[in-house]
Design a protein around this ligand. Structure first.
Ligand code: ADP
Length: 386
């Protein structure tokens, strides 16, 4: 009897181009094999940290039209490491037939905080009360400041990690802050009393299939995320509400890939702070803590594949960012902490720079938290436990 075996042909990897070559692109590069994609990064310099994990690279600024065209000729789809991009250029690439995921239309929500606030309010999504202005002497701003005691002033574009966000102490400071950002639109919003900050990640596929990661709690200091913990330890109603909010936002934006929704928990309920349409710092724990990491699922989504499970595979996880302090710490000592998974981004040491992160997982959040911090401190982080 002869046995006829059919040979399974492995499908060719989808070629994904990533605009930007920072730590997110680096971790996407590490997940590329799992998602059956080949990664080409658009790096500003040959020293960029994602070059080490990518298959190919193109050197050029993220807003250099020629470099973007070169990248687009090498790949099947373009995605992003950050939102410091020129929406018009991205729209032009799309009009030339280049596949961009998330699209320029979706990206406009994460690139422009004024657009995001306006559209979310229009869609009935809870956001802080706000006014959008271009000048410190605007009548609408004046009226807003009359009725709002504590405000936050945000540059609509170009801010990240707290850059572009000012907490003014007085009305005069608020007006000065507006003037300092008034090259473009400025969002002035009420400063809310926060019970805590949360983040909900949803991943949306080309066919609109969505998977949601568990809700996590985040802690920020000086505008930068310091730690992320799972479970979020909030009421299950809050968890359900966060998931449905994130799904509606994913639908509204039409984004493909990771949609990270940063949330404020207040006494009035959940309020959306902002969204990111790329893998997000609040999802780094999923490398060890979930069945599929946010990086693999983002690549599956943008390459047009079906998504994989976003369920947690651990009971608890704590992730601590390592931000350069005055003196360099010891990577070896950080790795010596039992149960700590140390991710070194391969960047040179600089004060205030995100150099890596540490995740500890297990059955018990308190002990994961202790181990993650012990390792991050040995690594030399400038951040401190809240
Ligand atoms: P970035 O885009 O630079 O990350 P965010 O808009 O997320 O800046 O603000 C950074 C941090 O500032 C938030 O995580 C939160 O801690 C605080 N913050 C921002 N907006 C408000 C607000 N309306 N009320 C209270 N705190 C706020």
């Amino acid at each position: 009897m002869s046995i006829v075996s059919s040979t399974l042909q492995p499908t060719a990897p989808v070629r994904v181009g990533i605009v930007g070559a920072g730590q997110l692109a680096r971790m996407m590069g590490s997940a590329a094999h799992e998602a059956n994609v080949e990664v080409t990064v658009l790096a500003s310099s040959p020293d960029d940290c994602a070059i080490a994990t990518s298959d190919h690279s193109v050197i050029g600024a993220p807003t250099d039209a020629r470099a973007l065209h070169r990248l687009s000729r090498l790949v099947d789809v373009i995605t992003f490491d950050h939102e410091l991009v020129d929406l018009e250029q991205i729209g032009q690439l799309e009009s030339l037939g280049v596949t961009v995921r998330p699209s320029a239309r979706a990206l406009s929500y994460s690139v422009d905080k004024a657009h995001q606030r306006r559209e979310f309010r229009r869609a009935g999504i809870a956001v802080p009360d706000f006014v959008i202005t271009r000048s410190g002497s605007d009548r609408e701003l004046d009226e807003f400041l009359d009725r709002t005691e504590n405000v936050v002033v945000k540059s609509a574009r170009g801010g990240y990690d707290g850059r572009g966000v000012i907490f003014p102490a007085t009305r005069a400071d608020a007006i000065e802050a507006v003037e300092s950002f008034a090259r473009g639109e400025v969002v002035v919003e009420e400063r809310l009393e926060l019970l805590c900050e949360l983040s909900q990640i949803v991943v949306r596929a080309v066919d609109a299939q969505c998977v949601t990661y568990p809700l996590v709690r985040t802690v920020q200091s000086e505008g930068m995320c310091v730690e992320v913990t799972f479970p979020a330890l909030v009421d299950s109603r809050v968890e359900r509400q966060a998931q449905s909010l994130a799904r509606s936002i994913a639908e509204l934006t039409g984004a493909v890939g990771v949609v990270a929704v940063e949330l404020f928990l207040t006494t009035q309920g959940l309020v959306v702070n902002e969204i990111a349409l790329r893998p997000h710092n609040s999802g780094h724990w999923t490398i060890e803590g979930a069945v599929t990491s946010q990086f693999a699922n983002h690549l599956l989504a943008v390459s047009g594949a079906r998504l994989s499970s976003a369920d947690a595979c651990v009971e608890a996880a704590a992730m601590v960012n390592v931000v350069g302090a005055d003196r360099e710490g010891s990577l070896v000592a950080a790795m010596d902490v039992a149960g700590a998974h140390v991710h070194d981004y391969g960047k040179s040491w600089r004060r205030g720079r995100k150099l890596g992160h540490v995740t500890a997982v297990g059955d018990d959040l308190a002990s994961a938290h202790v181990r993650a911090w012990e390792s991050a401190r040995a690594y030399g982080t400038k951040t401190r436990e809240a």
